[in-house]
Design a protein around this ligand. Structure first.
Ligand code: NAD
Length: 361
């Protein structure tokens, strides 16, 4: 029986890159029934709701989704549909591979990193108190009662919860992912020297979980600022990184920079038996409908989806087809040309066509 996968085209460039990825996945021969549901602006237009329950229910039912980027409306009080989906479905692990491909402009070669970011807590928990509000003043005075340090009265407050449960869960996920994917080392990234009661928990959890994998996979921990520098100086010293939410967000963009930028960085959000695959990049509204942007990040997210569905041969064939098209550098989008004004650059759909042609060879 064909597998049903939820398809969320998203906003801005989303529909174009999602269509490119869908066509490439179909060209592998794997039979998928796509259940298309809206989120973002299309969902507002259709249902008056930016993230309808029916969209979440489709993912709950099908267990796997391919999702385009969604624009975060400014000034509506809505934080982010993307964060809301991750929280609603408890997609606690964000996996972002950063891998070099020949033909993609970059200062670095042969990068092959996996970033595993905790997705459910930390400063992304959404617990914030606005400057000047009565509850914020109350929280400031309560904090000052228990801690001798002064907080300026015109401060806003963001809460950073880090739990033993979520820390152990993400580190365990990273080790299991590392083993399943033949990786050699897990590096836990933190700032436990300063944030002893939050990052300290993350570090302790990482050390405890690492003991369970002793002899199977190497483990180390690195402080986040030092990690940023070492990734720039000697990225090949690292393999699989596991980080709390905020550091994971920042370091995964740094790693996308190491491999040539957002246009080729794929990602997955994974929970208990559920997974949503999406590119790292956003909806780039200024390129909407121009058939211009690079579909590679979304197509490589499709490769991750195929691997998740255990369609390993199809995943390898699709990744190889992408690799060949990138290496040839002919049928690629403007951002992959040495000069972005190069008139020989092709559109989003035509780059997907070139990848499909390689698959059919
Ligand atoms: P963005 O990633 O959309 O775009 C930044 C720039 O990166 C673009 O202007 C473009 O130059 C380049 N770029 C991005 N994707 C590209 C591609 N596929 N090919 C070629 N170039 C590409 O980031 P932003 O401008 O900060 O965000 C725009 C909107 O997207 C915001 O509303 C933001 O909240 C949202 N967003 C959504 C997601 C998501 O859905 N997961 C992620 C990030 C941002």
């Amino acid at each position: 029986m064909d597998k049903t996968v939820t398809l969320i085209p998203g906003d801005g460039i989303g529909p174009e890159v999602v269509d490119a990825a869908r066509r490439c996945i179909e060209a592998t021969g794997v039979k998928i029934d796509w259940e298309e549901v809206p989120a973002g602006q299309t969902a507002i237009d259709k249902f008056g709701d930016i993230l309808p329950e029916s969209t979440l229910n489709s993912i709950r039912k099908n267990k796997v989704a391919l999702k385009g980027p969604i624009t975060t409306p400014v000034g509506t009080g809505f934080r982010s549909v993307n964060v809301a989906i991750r929280h609603a479905l408890n997609l606690y692990a964000c996996v972002r591979p950063a891998k070099s491909y020949v033909g993609v402009k970059s200062y670095y070669k042969d990068i092959d990193l996996i970033i595993v970011r905790e997705n459910s807590e930390d400063l992304y928990a959404g617990i914030e108190f606005e400057e000047g509000k009565p509850e914020t003043k109350e929280i400031i005075s309560t904090i000052e009662k228990y801690n001798k340090k002064k907080i300026l009265p015109d401060s806003g407050i963001s809460i950073k919860p880090i739990s033993v449960t979520a820390s152990r869960r993400i580190v365990k996920f990273a080790f299991e992912y590392a083993i399943k994917n033949g990786r050699r080392k897990v590096t836990a990234v933190h700032k436990a020297n300063i944030m002893k009661f939050t990052d300290g928990i993350f570090l302790n959890a990482a050390r405890e979980v690492a003991k369970e994998y002793e002899g199977k996979i190497a483990f180390e921990d690195v402080i986040v600022d030092n990690m940023a520098m070492q990734l720039v100086q000697k990225p090949r010293n690292f393999d699989c990184l596991v980080l709390p939410n905020l550091y994971g967000d920042i370091i995964s963009d740094l790693c996308a920079g190491l491999i040539g930028g957002l246009g080729i960085a794929p990602g997955a959000n994974i929970g208990e038996g559920l997974a949503v695959f999406e590119a790292v990049h956003g909806s780039a509204p200024k390129y909407k409908g121009l058939n211009k942007v690079n579909p590679t990040a979304m197509i490589l997210s499709g490769v991750l989806l195929l691997r998740y569905l255990n369609e390993l041969d199809a995943a390898d064939r699709l990744e190889n087809a992408v690799r060949e098209v990138l290496a040839e550098g002919k049928s690629v989008t403007y951002d992959l040309k040495p000069d972005p004004r190069d008139p020989s650059a092709v559109g989003t759909a035509q780059m997907a066509d070139a990848i499909i042609a390689k698959l059919r060879k």
